[in-house]
Each structure stands twice: as structure tokens, then as C-alpha cells.
Design a binder for this molecule. Structure first.
Ligand code: 5AD
Ligand code: SF4
Length: 496
């Protein structure tokens, strides 16, 4: 695979395909009397979400509009291959799409994302799901106009996953951001770490950092457009810039981002413990607009397993970094990723994981059962752990972590926290939800009769429209804790 920076002329060529399709779909829509619609189903991480925002932006330049999920003209599955269950979900859903396609033979079905970089998945689709019209990879997002053009004008399936590690600058692509106040900003693509369990380096290719000036320009644009929160994204943000000698590093980028006026919150993920520098922690401590939340995947607490995972840090080094963060940012939170049942994990290794969890007391954790990824070194390791052992360990781990989550949340009851409002609570429409500066989820109530920041008034009993408050900041008194969320009462809006 080679690194391949997309040139302006390549993107200009894509634009030509998009214009031709725009004319085509626009005219057809006029004669049939309604617009062409699309639906994108996204699996997996925030980088996939970001890719879907680009797919959506590109489709809109071709006159498509966002439609419902039941009967769109075009459906795209943006897949994830990090664990087996995400893969299974795709095939389950493709089975359902078969019926949709029978009802509407003109439905265009596309599949993209990490799973398409694994030939066996493309083969399975070719054999068992031949109604899929379009297949492309995670590096081919910018090529969607060309691929759709070929499909449209040849009426033959287009299965085209490129081998290049493309780097198209996001500034040159239309992005249809799914949140009004939060912008996802990838700063680098790919991963060089080859953790032995992980498929990502094979699907997303080698690390490619976006040019520093272009990221800063994008952030300035976002601030001017009124975005309140920026998520700097990458598989390993702390190795930003290392692929080009003399380039600024992640600490430089974070510091420069924090100086941009108008952005209230900056968060970043994911940090690899081997690459997170003390300077990044200092910069987090010094800048009030950098969120006090660190996502620091530990994966295992056993040195033997960390070694077999090719993680390049020890338990002691991990503890040192986490302690430093706790000391410098006492109000901050640490979340982590933990894998249970990596090949060869003994009861003693697992006990080391539990003891590391007790030592750090993670504020939250994403916990996973090891999933064999064909093609990775761990898949060939002897001593794969039987499922019943994994399940039993996983239960113990969850129990411990749930207690830590609850204790952590209980520690902030009584505080007044600044909440960035995300909208209505998913479970109760009269309750708003949002996050603290340390990324804790808070559900809170508004009083009756209240003036809103947009100058409107909310009457007693009126069901509020969550959208009206999305992106506003409010001070909220925390009144109760649950393991995965807090409860609170609105006190005031903060005007920035
Ligand atoms: N099995 C289980 N979990 C995995 N992860 C990555 N690969 C696997 C796998 N094969 C987890 C890691 C990573 C997170 C994004 O997904 O914990 O940090
Ligand atoms: Fe996968 Fe490791 Fe890279 Fe994370 S750092 S994406 S776990 S290879």
C-alpha cells in the first residue's frame, strides 16, 4: 500500500462526475415529482461517523436528500470490522434489504467501510448478496461520485475497493454534519501500531496526518459557523505528525486549537498510552476549553498480555500516566477500553486487570470480549480462551466497573456543573440531556416558565423542542447519581 495524497485535479474530476449525476437525478426527480432520497447506516467508531457525514455531503451535491430508512432510493451501509458482532449485524441487515430490493428493484444498495477491505467479506457479498450494487472501501469516500456514475451509466455492479492509503483533505469535501453544535474533525487517518488483536491497521492503512494549517483553518471555519464543541479524531491522536519529519506534534495542535476563539469545548480521542506525552496533560490542565476527559485504553492489566498484544507499555507505565492525569486534573475523568479473554489470558493475568482497575478507578470503561479477527496475529495464537471462561470473567469485570462508575458519579452530586445541551433525553421527552466538561452524561429538568437563550419563552407544561436548546450551555445542579448518568436541576443558562 502506498500513501497517495489526492491532488486538486483528482477532486475536480470527481466534481465533474457529481455534476453529471446532479443533472441526471435532478431531471428524473422533476419528472417523477419527488426527490431522490438516501439513507446511511453507520456502524462502529466516530471515524466511521465522520466518513458518513462526508458521504452524506457528497450525495447532497448530487441532488439526493436525506430520506427515511424504510424506502430510500439509495441505502449505504458503512461497516465496522473491529469485532465479529458488528459484522454479523451487517449480514443480518443485508438479509432485510433483500426484501426491500424485491419491492423496489431500482433501490441502489451500497456497502463501504472497514469490512470491505477484507476480501472474504466482498466474496461473501458477491456470492450470497448479489443485489448489492456498490462496494467501496474506507479510503474511497471521495470517489463516491465516480463509482455511482459508473453504476448509473453501465448498470453493472461496481465493486471497487482501492489499495491506496488516500489522504483527501477534508476541507475540499462537502461535509454534512449530523450535529448542529458538535463537529467531528479527523486529524489523522490509519494506524501503525498493529496491536495483535486488531484489524484496523489492515483496513484503514498506515498513519496519514492531515496538514496542520488545514486543520486549523477548518477549526476556524467551524468556530465562525457557531460550532461549540470539536472532537479531534484519530486511531492514535498522539502520534499526529510523526509521519512527516518536522511537522508539529499533537501537543502543538491541541495548544493551537485551544487558542481559537469561540470554541467552548475541545475533546480528543483516542490516546495510546505509549504515545501520550506529559505535555499534552499539561496543556489539558492549562486550557479551560479543553475537556477534562481522557480516553486511555488499557486493554489489559497484565504485563504478559500487554506484551502479547504488542502494546509497548507496561502496567507501571500506564499507572504513571493515569496518576499524572489525576494529580494535574483532579476534576477530570478517565475512560478506558478493556479486552477480556485475549489468547493465553490466565486467571492471574485477569486478576492483574481487575487490580489495575481498582488502582485507577476508571470513571467509565468500554469492555469487550476478545473477538478473533482473521488475518491478525492473535487469531493464530494457541490457547484461545473458551467462551464460558470469557463470559464468567466478563461478568466479574462488569460488576467491578459498574461500582466504580457509580462511585465516580456519586462524587459530583451537589456540584453545579456546566452542561453542553445535546437535546432531549432519549427516554423522557420532558428531560434534557447533555454533558459536563468531564464528559459525564447528565439528564436534567427545566423549571416551568423560563426564558430561553434564543429569546423565546417556554410556557408551563409546554413540551420543549430539544432542538431549540441543542448546543446551549447551562449550569445544572447535580441532584442524583446512577452508574451511567447523573440527574440534575437547571439553575441558569451561561452566555458565552
Ligand atoms: N476483540 C475485542 N475487542 C477489540 N478491540 C479491538 N479489536 C478487538 C478484538 N479483536 C477493542 C479495543 C479497542 C476498541 C476500539 O475495540 O479495546 O481499543
Ligand atoms: Fe487497533 Fe491498536 Fe491501532 Fe488502536 S492502536 S486502532 S487497538 S492497532
Amino acid at each position: 500500500m502506498s500513501k497517495f495524497v489526492i491532488q486538486a485535479e483528482d477532486l475536480a474530476a470527481q466534481k465533474k462526475f457529481a455534476e453529471a449525476l446532479y443533472q441526471n437525478y435532478h431531471n428524473e426527480a422533476q419528472s417523477r415529482g419527488y426527490e431522490f432520497t438516501f439513507s446511511i447506516r453507520t456502524y462502529g467508531c466516530q471515524l466511521n461517523e465522520s466518513d458518513s457525514e462526508k458521504l452524506s455531503g457528497i450525495l447532497k451535491t448530487m441532488s439526493f436528500v436525506q430520506g427515511n430508512t424504510d424506502d430510500p432510493d439509495l441505502v449505504i451501509f458503512n461497516t465496522c470490522s473491529v469485532r465479529e458482532n458488528a459484522q454479523d449485524r451487517l449480514f443480518g441487515n443485508l438479509g432485510l434489504v433483500k426484501a426491500m430490493k424485491r419491492k423496489n428493484p431500482k433501490l441502489i444498495v451500497g456497502v463501504c467501510g472497514c469490512m470491505m477491505k477484507q476480501e472474504e467479506n466482498v466474496e461473501k457479498i458477491t456470492k450470497s448478496y448479489p443485489f448489492v450494487d456498490l462496494i467501496f472501501g474506507p479510503q474511497d469516500i471521495h470517489r463516491l461520485p465516480e463509482l455511482l456514475y459508473r453504476l448509473h451509466f453501465t448498470s453493472k455492479r461496481v465493486y471497487d475497493v482501492s489499495k491506496n492509503d488516500y489522504l483527501a483533505d477534508d476541507l475540499d469535501l462537502p461535509i454534512d454534519r449530523s450535529r448542529r453544535f458538535r463537529a467531528l474533525v479527523p486529524i489523522m487517518y490509519g494506524c501503525n501500531n498493529f496491536c495483535t488483536y486488531c484489524i484496523v491497521p489492515y483496513t484503514r492503512g498506515r498513519e496519514r496526518s492531515r496538514p496542520f494549517e488545514q486543520i486549523i483553518k477548518e477549526l476556524n471555519n467551524l468556530a465562525a459557523e457557531g460550532y461549540k464543541e470539536i472532537l479531534l479524531l484519530g486511531q492514535n491522536v498522539n502520534s499526529y505528525g510523526k509521519d512527516n519529519a518536522g511537522m508539529p506534534d499533537f501537543a502543538d495542535l491541541l495548544e493551537a486549537a485551544a487558542k481559537i476563539d469561540g470554541i467552548s469545548r475541545i475533546r480528543f480521542m483516542t490516546s495510546h498510552p505509549k504515545d501520550l506525552s506529559d505535555r499534552v496533560i499539561d496543556i489539558m490542565a492549562e486550557n479551560p476549553n479543553i475537556e477534562k476527559h481522557l480516553h486511555l485504553p488499557m486493554q489489559s492489566g497484565s504485563d504478559n498480555i500487554l506484551k502479547a498484544m504488542n502494546r509497548h507499555y507496561t502496567r507501571e507505565q500506564y499507572i504513571r500516566t493515569a496518576r499524572l492525569f489525576r494529580e494535574r486534573i483532579p476534576y477530570g475523568t478517565i475512560s478506558t477500553d478493556i479486552i477480556v479473554g485475549f489468547p493465553g489470558e490466565t486467571e492471574a493475568d485477569f486478576a492483574d486487570t481487575l487490580s489495575l482497575m481498582r488502582e485507577i478507578r476508571f470513571d467509565s470503561a468500554f469492555t469487550f470480549q476478545y473477538s478473533v479477527r482473521p488475518g491478525t496475529p492473535a487469531a493464530k495464537m494457541e490457547d484461545q480462551i473458551p467462551q464460558d471462561v470469557v463470559t464468567e470473567r466478563f461478568t466479574r469485570l462488569l460488576e467491578l466497573q459498574n461500582g466504580h462508575c457509580f462511585d465516580s458519579n456519586s462524587g459530583v452530586v451537589g456540584n453545579v456543573e456546566e452542561i453542553l445541551i445535546e437535546g432531549r433525553s432519549e427516554t423522557a421527552p420532558h428531560i434534557l440531556s447533555g454533558r459536563t466538561m468531564s464528559n459525564r452524561l447528565v439528564n436534567f429538568t427545566l423549571p416551568d416558565d423560563i426564558d430561553l437563550p434564543d429569546g423565546t419563552h417556554l410556557e408551563k407544561g409546554e413540551l420543549f423542542d430539544g432542538d431549540r436548546l441543542e448546543g446551549c450551555l447551562a449550569n445544572v445542579r447535580i441532584t442524583g447519581a446512577r452508574p451511567f448518568s447523573l440527574e440534575g436541576r437547571w439553575e441558569s443558562f451561561t452566555h458565552d
